[in-house]
Design a protein around this ligand. Structure first.
Ligand code: IPM
Ligand code: MG
Length: 356
């Protein structure tokens, strides 16, 4: 089969890690007889520099026409002072909205080989953990009405959160379907003791849960969830939550895996076309030095094979190759631990390709 992949290499370490994933895809294609045609498009800071806008129309059109999109990272200090509409992050939010990618899957698990990097006490993670955060990605406070106005105490700013029943229902279904392929437990995270959107969220999740009697469902308030993630992460299987809470909790979950450089993500809508990206940022401090960890992006490419192209065997082959390289002791500097020897982005990619 032949697949068209739009690449958004982006800023900072983005180009290095995307190129690594493309090399891995090339190897998979060779081994399993597929062609992955990868075409780069501009988005983020580099697009601002070259075209004046973070998300050129051409990029949106190309991403909507491709079979899937692989993205590195966007942003950097160079554009931090730009006005809201001209920030690199706008590219990411714009693409999610334009492509209708309302489901963000962020798996977080403890690799036994990296257990030493986990900042939690060994007894807390004695049995590891393996969860997937299902984050709603095109609604809530990220996309609500916002602005500036004169308030009771003078000038003020506001952002609003709105969720429709439809939006909660469809993301809840994704969570329950995901749980059916795992350990059949959903934790729905909200702030229903305070927020009206959370009360609607909770009611709706309960209604959907009735269609999945084989899956257990627990509600958890977001402040408690933040605590439970570091107290007993093994209790989580599938977590479903709003855009904002998912943003925050997924960074917390990534940190307890040992390195944010390990975590892939997928963003999907109703069809099979998705956007796949590491959950980390553009790391401008190490950009261009061949120091970045390419694993999150390589695992994101594996998720693309599984979720967008139904190539489960090929995806599993990439994941197994990553496992073997880690088990053999190879590390990039973010996961090397104090004073241990580390290899660069290119060498890590070579090792993974070697295992394939
Ligand atoms: C993420 C990022 C983005 C988000 C930013 C860069 C807009 O933090 O993907 O988690 O908040 O969604
Ligand atoms: Mg985030």
């Amino acid at each position: 089969m032949e697949y068209q992949i739009a690449l958004i290499r982006g800023d900072g370490i983005g180009p290095e890690i995307v190129d690594s994933a493309v090399r891995v895809l090339g190897k998979v294609g060779e081994k399993y007889g597929h062609t992955f045609r990868c075409t780069p498009y501009l988005a983020g800071g580099c697009a601002i520099d070259e075209t004046g806008v973070p998300l050129p129309e051409e990029t949106v059109a190309a991403c909507k026409a491709a079979d899937s999109v692989l993205l590195g990272a966007v942003g950097g200090p160079k554009w931090d002072q730009n006005p809201a509409g001209l920030r690199p992050e706008k590219a990411l939010l714009g693409l999610r909205a334009a492509m209708g990618l309302y489901t963000n899957l962020r798996p977080a698990k403890l690799y036994p080989a990296l257990a030493g990097d986990c900042p939690l006490r060994p007894d807390i993670v004695a049995n590891g953990f393996d969860m997937v955060i299902v984050r709603e990605l095109t609604g809530g406070i990220y996309f609500g009405e916002r602005g500036r106005r004169e308030g009771k105490y003078g000038p003020e700013a506001y952002d609003t959160e709105a969720y429709s029943v439809m939006e909660v229902e469809r993301i809840a279904r994704v969570a329950f379907e995901t749980a059916r392929k795992r350990r059949r437990h959903v934790t729905s995270i909200d702030k229903a003791n305070v927020l009206e959107t959370s009360r609607l969220w909770r009611e709706t999740v309960h209604r959907v849960a009735a269609d999945y009697p084989d899956v257990t469902c627990t509600d958890m308030l977001v402040d408690n969830a933040a605590m439970q993630l570091v107290r007993n992460p093994a209790q989580f299987d599938v977590v479903v939550t709003s855009n904002m809470f998912g943003d925050i909790l997924s960074d917390e979950a990534s940190q307890i895996t040992g390195s944010i450089g390990m975590l892939p993500s997928s963003s999907l809508g109703d069809g099979t076309r998705g956007l796949y990206e590491p959950i980390h940022g553009s790391a401008p401090d190490i950009a261009g030095q061949d120091k970045a960890n390419p694993i999150a992006t390589i695992l994101s490419a594996a998720m693309m094979l599984r979720y967008s192209f139904s190539l489960g065997e090929e995806a599993a082959a990439i994941e197994a190759a990553v496992d073997r390289v880690l088990n053999a002791g190879w590390r990039t500097s973010d996961i090397a631990g104090e004073g241990a020897a580390a290899i660069g982005c290119t060498a890590m990619t070579d090792k993974i390709i070697g295992e394939l």
